[in-house]
Ligand binder design. Sequence first.
Ligand SMILES: C[S@@+](CC[C@H](N)C(=O)[O-])C[C@H]1O[C@@H](n2cnc3c(N)ncnc32)[C@H](O)[C@@H]1O
Length: 736
Amino acid sequence: MRPITSNERARMALNAMKDLGFGRKLAVKVLKNLLKLYENKWELIEDENYRAFAEAILDAQDDGITRQLGNDEMSDFGAQDQQFTETFTQEVSPSLNICGSEVPGPSSSSRRRKPDHNRHDEMDDLVDAETDSPLLKRPRRKQPETGASSEDRAIIPMPQEPSPSSLPSPTSEGTRVVNESGKVIKYVNYRRDVNSKRPRSAPLKEPKEEPDLLPESNYGGAPLAVIFPSDSDSAGNRESYSQGSQEGSERQTPKTGVPSTSKAPNTTSSHINGQNITIAPCTNTYVVPEGSPCTKLEIASSSNGEFKLAIYSPANLPTPSLSDFFKLVEDKCLHSYKLLLPDFSLSRIMNEMCEALVECNPSDSGVSSSCMPDEATDANGGPDENAMVVAQNPQLALGVVRPAHDSSDVARGEEKFLIPIFNDYTSDETPPNFAYIPQNLVSDNACLNLCLARIGDENCCADCYGDCLAGPVSCACARETGGDFAYNSEGLVRREFLDECLEIAHDRWDPRHRVYCNEGECPVERSNEAMGKCKGHLMRKFIKECWSKCGCSKGCGNRVVQRGITVQLQVFMNGNGKGWGLRTVDEIPKGTFVCEYAGEILTAKEYQERYNQRKASLMNSQPMLLDADWAQRSGLKNEEALCLDATFYGNIARFINHRCYDANLVEIPVEIETPDHLYYHLALFSSRKIEPLEELTWDYGIDFKGTELQNGSFKCLCGSKYCRDTKHSRKGKGKQ
Ligand SMILES: C[S@@+](CC[C@H](N)C(=O)[O-])C[C@H]1O[C@@H](n2cnc3c(N)ncnc32)[C@H](O)[C@@H]1O
């Protein structure tokens, strides 16, 4: 292979800096000086994704070079591509001035900053010490010593929801939130009166006709649906809705995923990453690890709203006192997070949790004022709301008669906005009965070990501060997406990444995108012999978001899905045989997070058992396998093969209808709390710009060509010209 030339290396280095947002002229200048400094040793510049280069530019900026060059010169990348190519054969000096600052030569800790900067040298040392980190860890900047609390110091203040009178008039794209330097950091829509402005009903906007996306022959011959089958057709499906609500009261409480009315801790379910959370009876999540195998920390709750923390020790061991235990946890927190306030106290946090809990449930006399610690305090020392475990209203159990849906808000206040129901066709019909949950629930048997200790340093950015996207270099949380964050500063999925995801979704039947299990190892095959040999699992690209162990703030731009729904939605009766559907109120730009597909996390086997037992009541169910990473695993255990079922518990995504191939939403797996990809969030993002009042659709990935068992559960009425259900297709009849 031809050796890479200096000019090519220079071009690559400058492009890397351009990607980080640095101006070209400054970068060229710094690069020249670095080459002198490092005696043309490009490896030192290229090492760790051009870390030394980026840091030298930062130093140069701090030293005022930015001002010297002026704004125009700082943003002149793009032009003059040729100019820099002949400039990189420089003479060497052992130590030189990079844009005005004295920097030690390569022999002495070549990539360290000069010592007298305003930076936090201690953190720099830490960063430098991590030589094997594949990506740069951005040093946490030293905070001004104002005595302010950690919250006060957040770089990007999260916008407060204004009072109704001060609501800004929303634009189609939402209200821009800008940071101090005027950069748009996110768009916010504010809760609006559902009756205002928009008519209560509006003619359905069918998804717009897509241009020819692929030759006809490419979308046939799909080997298998990735969805578990159901045998209803659309008509049957509609019938089951009206039965559904009556049946709801008679239904047996499913064995898993339902807060039990019994006190046995093992029969309740956990709710993750959200508020108003149900219980985590799955005590293995909270068991004190291996080192002390006989002592157990157990967190239990009942559906009456009580919960408790218990430490069990075997007879031959003394039970540790709660205060000793707290002290140890505090020490560990200090060791892990380093930046705890001096008066940090676990017991105080727990008291505050209890108080908050009582405030959240003022009418719930069953709420105990005792509280339990969670493993998680977030990296800023505060309690981690995502991991708190709170008893939930037992009425959610499906065995209990619950009122019909509230047509002004199907989400019953669980989301940031009201999500109203419109039915202009059959005025008395309401959506089928189900319990609205904003986040997933986990069954007892599903092996989902939510333990912060499992998130290693390489899977988080403990050293970051504020907004990871605003930093000059990507942190470890961008590694999953090849070193660039999946989101841009406006909170949208980056175009290139989205296009890659769309390509995979479009070519989902192409064997190049699928992985096939060894014989007898496929969890789907094991749970349902009738499925036959493994038909392959789609290998998908993951997004990784920052989370509790990361040092950044909750407003960090790499936290999108975990912040929940930010677009205004409506449930509506479709009137075209597909039943209820979901539509957007406002225009949605391409790459916007719309909602997560939430439901009960079951094992594939559990789902199959449930399906076999109550086939009829599962007619509307679209269980999704969480198999995006099974490719990396061999010998998956039954309890590790997870599946998402929104039949009894689900969120707004439960109303999204299927459209073959050219749907306006695409699902992307998002890693938040677990690093191993066996559990992830199935997040739906807009695949293109979506017009106001357009129906939202998603390609469920059903093979309508397979045998009955492999088939999807309905006759497809999507109306897409790419419809795969050739037997029943209404191609060309889709418009009404
Ligand atoms: C996740 S639900 C979607 C919401 C559903 N329409 C409802 O009324 O609750 C999936 C069910 O909707 C119906 N459905 C979704 N997409 C459809 C399509 N393209 N054609 C016909 N029926 C569809 C099927 O009955 C399917 O089992």
